[in-house]
Design a protein around this ligand. Structure first.
Ligand code: AMP
Length: 282
C-alpha cells in the first residue's frame, strides 16, 4: 500500500447521505478515487470547481454524487412540475447516455429523475420526457438549445451546471452553444467544469463563468516500469447489420489516437474500411 492510500478518505468521511453511500456500496466502490476525494466536499458546499481529470478517474461520480446530495438538500419537497435542478453538458450522445445512466444509478435511492437529450434522434420523446418532470438533464449542447428555444427545457431555476469533457466540446465547435446555455442559467447557480486538458480557451471559459473555483488536478495513473497499464474493456451488443455504424460512433466518441479493428472475414475488413473512410477516419 502506498502512503497516499492512507490519506484518502473513505466514502463515509464525505458529506453524502445514506442513500448515496448505499448506492456506491452497491456498485462495489470501496474507496473514493482521488478526484472524488478532492472534489466531493467542496461541490456539496456549493463551490464552483475546475477539474482536470480524464475518463477513467471516476470524475462522473465526483460531480454526480454532490449534485444529487444538493438536490436532496435544496429541494426536499420537489414536485413533478419543477424546473430542472441540474444540467450536465457533454460533447457526444454516447457520453450523455453514460453519464445519465450513472446519475440515475447513484440517484435511484433518492428517486432522482434523469432525462437525456441529444441530437440525431427524434425530438418528440425527449420533449415528452422533459414535460413529465426532471431533476437532472444530461444533454449535448445543440439539442439542449433546440429544446430550450421550444420552451421544453427550462434553465431559469437551475442550481448547478456541469461541463463534462469541456475540451472536447470546444474542439467540436460547441463554444457558442455552451455560452448561450450558460447565459440562460441563474447567476447564482454552481458551475463545474471537467476537462482532460486545460488549453487557454478552457481557462477563458472558466474565467467568464466560474466564481472563485476550487481547482482539482488528477494526473493519469503512472504505470511502473515493466507493468501494463489498466485496460477498460467494454462490450456493445449490436445487431449484425449495425455493427459498422456502431463502430463509427464508438470511434467518434472515444477518439483514440490509433485503434485496431478485428473482423471475421476479408470481406468484412473491406466493408469496415470503406465505411470508416467515408466517415473521415483514416
Ligand atoms: P469515469 O472516470 O467517471 O468514467 O469512471 C470510470 C469507471 O470507474 C466507471 O466504470 C465507474 O463506475 C468506476 N468508478 C467510479 N468511482 C469508483 C470508485 N470510487 N471505486 C471503484 N470504481 C469506481
Amino acid at each position: 500500500m502506498t502512503s497516499s492510500e492512507f490519506d484518502l478518505p473513505t466514502f463515509a468521511d464525505l458529506p453524502l447521505r445514506p442513500e448515496l453511500l448505499a448506492a456506491v456500496a452497491e456498485l462495489g466502490y470501496t474507496q473514493p478515487s482521488p478526484v472524488q476525494a478532492e472534489a466531493i466536499a467542496p461541490l456539496v458546499e456549493g463551490r464552483d470547481l475546475i477539474g482536470q481529470a480524464a475518463t477513467g478517474t471516476g470524475k462522473t461520480a465526483a460531480f454526480a454524487l454532490p449534485m444529487l446530495e444538493r438536490l436532496a438538500e435544496i429541494r426536499p419537497d420537489r414536485r413533478r412540475g419543477d424546473a430542472p435542478f441540474g444540467m450536465v453538458l457533454t460533447p457526444t450522445r454516447e457520453l450523455a447516455l453514460q453519464v445519465s445512466e450513472a446519475v440515475a444509478r447513484y440517484g435511484a435511492g433518492l428517486r432522482a429523475r434523469v432525462v437525456t437529450v441529444y441530437g440525431g434522434a427524434p425530438v418528440g420523446p425527449q420533449w415528452k420526457a422533459l414535460q413529465e418532470g426532471v431533476d437532472v438533464v444530461v444533454a449535448t449542447p445543440g439539442r439542449a438549445i433546440d429544446l430550450m428555444n421550444r420552451g421544453a427545457l427550462k434553465l431559469d431555476e437551475l442550481e448547478t451546471v456541469v461541463l463534462d469533457e469541456a475540451d472536447e466540446m470546444l474542439d467540436m465547435g460547441f463554444v457558442e452553444d455552451i455560452e448561450t446555455l450558460l447565459d440562460e442559467t441563474p447567476d447564482t447557480r454552481q458551475a463545474v467544469l471537467f476537462s482532460a486538458t486545460m488549453p487557454r480557451r478552457i481557462e477563458t471559459l472558466a474565467q467568464k463563468y466560474l466564481r472563485e473555483p476550487v481547482t482539482v488536478r488528477i494526473q493519469r495513473e503512472e504505470v511502473p516500469d515493466g507493468e501494463a497499464p489498466k485496460v477498460r474493456q467494454t462490450a456493445y451488443l449490436v445487431p449484425r447489420t449495425h455493427t459498422t455504424a456502431a463502430l463509427g460512433r464508438v470511434l467518434e466518441a472515444e477518439r483514440p489516437r490509433a485503434a485496431i479493428v478485428f473482423c471475421r472475414s476479408r470481406l468484412d475488413v473491406d466493408a469496415v474500411t470503406e465505411t470508416l473512410t467515408a466517415r473521415g477516419l483514416r
